[in-house]
Design a protein around this ligand. Structure first.
Ligand code: URA
Length: 188
């Protein structure tokens, strides 16, 4: 798989100054995980803990996400890849700006090429809108699979929203992850 070249792209990102987010970041949060499962999960951008530790989804929302993926797909971080639309933390956890998303897009595009996932799960409005190129909201885009660049895209809620929204949102996330599992095991 493309793990050697992923490391090279990560090394490249580590010194990136293509947008203003580079000025306030502590660490570039490139992405982590294995490529063997065919699953790539895409979030929005690093939060405070991720900025400090250099790894995506290590805070409370990441713990919920890991639990749901383990329970519904039987996968751990060692076998799926996880990354964000922008690799540096937007100050105060604001949404990434359109020019920041464009400046960072070569890294996510590179990860998609190198991981070459069968299924992409996008978390929340920002990631889903960027990948699908739409202004539609996550509530109307989730709940189904989308054929996308020769792969299957499965939009779902962001786990931070599920932490606030409680059991009903978690149940909808679980249902979306079951859709991802079905797409991963479907005969080609
Ligand atoms: N939220 C995200 O979208 N990404 C992270 O890495 C952490 C929280």
């Amino acid at each position: 798989m493309g793990e050697a070249t992923l490391a090279a792209l990560a090394a490249d990102a580590a010194s990136c100054t293509a947008c203003r987010l580079s000025e306030s970041r502590t660490t570039v949060v490139f992405g982590t995980g294995g490529t063997s499962s065919g699953l790539l999960v895409v979030g929005e951008g690093p939060g405070r803990e991720e900025d400090l530790r250099g790894e995506p989804f290590v805070g409370r929302s990441g713990q919920l996400l890991d639990r749901l993926i383990a329970e519904e797909l039987g996968l751990t971080r060692a076998s799926f890849y996880i990354a964000n639309v922008v690799k540096c933390r937007p100050p105060g956890n604001r949404d990434p700006a359109p020019d920041e998303i464009v400046a960072c897009s070569r890294y996510l595009d590179g990860q998609l090429d190198l991981v070459d996932p069968r299924v992409v799960v996008s978390l929340g409005n920002v990631a889903t809108r960027v990948l699908l190129g739409t202004d539609e909201g996550i509530s109307s885009l989730r709940g189904r699979t989308h054929p996308w660049r020769g792969r299957t895209l499965v939009p779902t809620f962001h786990p931070a929203y599920a932490l606030r929204g409680g059991g009903a949102v978690v149940a909808q996330m679980r249902a979306d992850l079951v859709r991802a599992k079905q797409a991963l095991v479907a005969p080609r």
